[in-house]
Design a binder for this molecule. Structure first.
Ligand code: 13P
Ligand code: SF4
Length: 301
């Protein structure tokens, strides 16, 4: 048996023995999919975390995703196998920066993208993900909305809402690097392909899309659409998932890699399940306040 297969077998054996569930984001390495109980986007993973009855959640993704799982399950052990798997965008707005923005716009509601710290969520009225940001914003009674931290996502949501959206200046270093000319070139090379774009991309890239969607929405769209070819504009790992799930269609990618997501490896997952590391720890009061914002989001979508 190869080393990879024996790691996979051992992780799958241990997670049953310890009543642990392994939640995996779409951008993870393909070998991590093989130990997953559920693979999905940020919203689906929050939903899975909210309903699990396992004692332990091992979260293969980045810090804010594992934190959300902990906030939704304060009494469970939530583990992230590699501490350094941290989304840089989630650190781009601090609690203090959000508090001063709130002071400048006292009548505005605060929507925080799930790609934020627990402390930022705790000062927010509601969270959103890439799959529900427009619905969340449009569900609010306020006419003004502070949106942190992703400026590209805020600009996209503004094209779908009559509210005044006040953006912050955060960005995803993976998606914001993708350019309209790269997408035009991909369309020229694959004229029959549909173009699926993640909304963390710049607006001129989004304008070239057939469909703007979260990572998992790409999978559902590609499965049911009659097109046989797709240009996928997001982190490269998504293309691996699409190829595995829909082997009879073709997927083309503009290479963009999130190195933080790739930090999770099989040996790290095995160590997490064996030794219970690294437990996610968040202040109780912060968790209580952040939970309101996450629960409110889950109620909308
Ligand atoms: P999704 O919620 O669409 O999976 O996006 C998460 C993310 O971090 C995208 O960069
Ligand atoms: Fe964060 Fe961007 Fe990586 Fe998503 S792709 S986890 S937003 S750095």
């Amino acid at each position: 048996m190869s080393e990879i297969n024996s790691l996979i077998n051992e992780i799958n054996r241990l997670k049953k023995e310890k009543n642990a569930v392994i939640l995996v984001h779409n951008y993870q390495r393909p070998e991590i999919y093989k130990v997953a109980d559920f693979i999905g986007d940020s919203l689906e993973l929050s939903r899975e975390a909210a309903k699990t009855d396992s004692d332990t959640i091992v979260f293969c993704g980045v810090d804010f995703m594992a934190e959300s799982a902990k906030i939704l399950n304060p009494d469970k052990e939530v583990l992230i196998p590699v501490k350094e798997a941290q989304c840089p965008m989630a650190g781009m707005v601090t609690r203090q920066e959000l508090l001063s923005l709130k002071k400048q716009h006292p009548g505005a509601a605060v929507v925080s993208y799930v790609n934020t710290s627990a402390e930022t969520k705790a000062e927010s009225d509601i969270c959103c993900t890439s799959s529900n940001c427009v619905d969340v914003i449009n569900s609010l009674p306020e006419k003004e909305v502070i949106f942190v931290p992703d400026e590209n996502l805020a600009k996209y949501a503004q094209t779908k809402s009559d509210k005044k959206i006040i953006p912050w200046k955060g960005f995803c270093y993976v998606h914001s690097k993708i350019t309209a000319s790269q997408v035009k070139e991909a369309k020229r090379l694959h004229p029959g392909a549909k173009v699926l774009v993640h909304p963390e991309c710049p607006l001129d890239v989004i304008e070239l899309a057939d469909y703007v969607c979260s990572t998992s929405q790409m999978l559902y769209y590609a499965k049911k659409d009659e097109a046989r070819e797709f240009v996928i504009i997001t982190e490269h790992g998504m293309v691996e998932r699409l190829k595995l799930e829909i082997p009879d269609k073709r997927f083309y990618a503009i290479v963009a890699t999130c190195i933080q997501q790739k930090k999770i490896t099989l040996p790290a997952v095995l160590r997490a399940v064996q030794e219970g590391i690294y437990p996610v720890k968040i202040d109780e009061e912060v968790m209580r306040k952040a939970r309101r914002a996450l629960d409110r989001m889950l109620a909308v979508s």
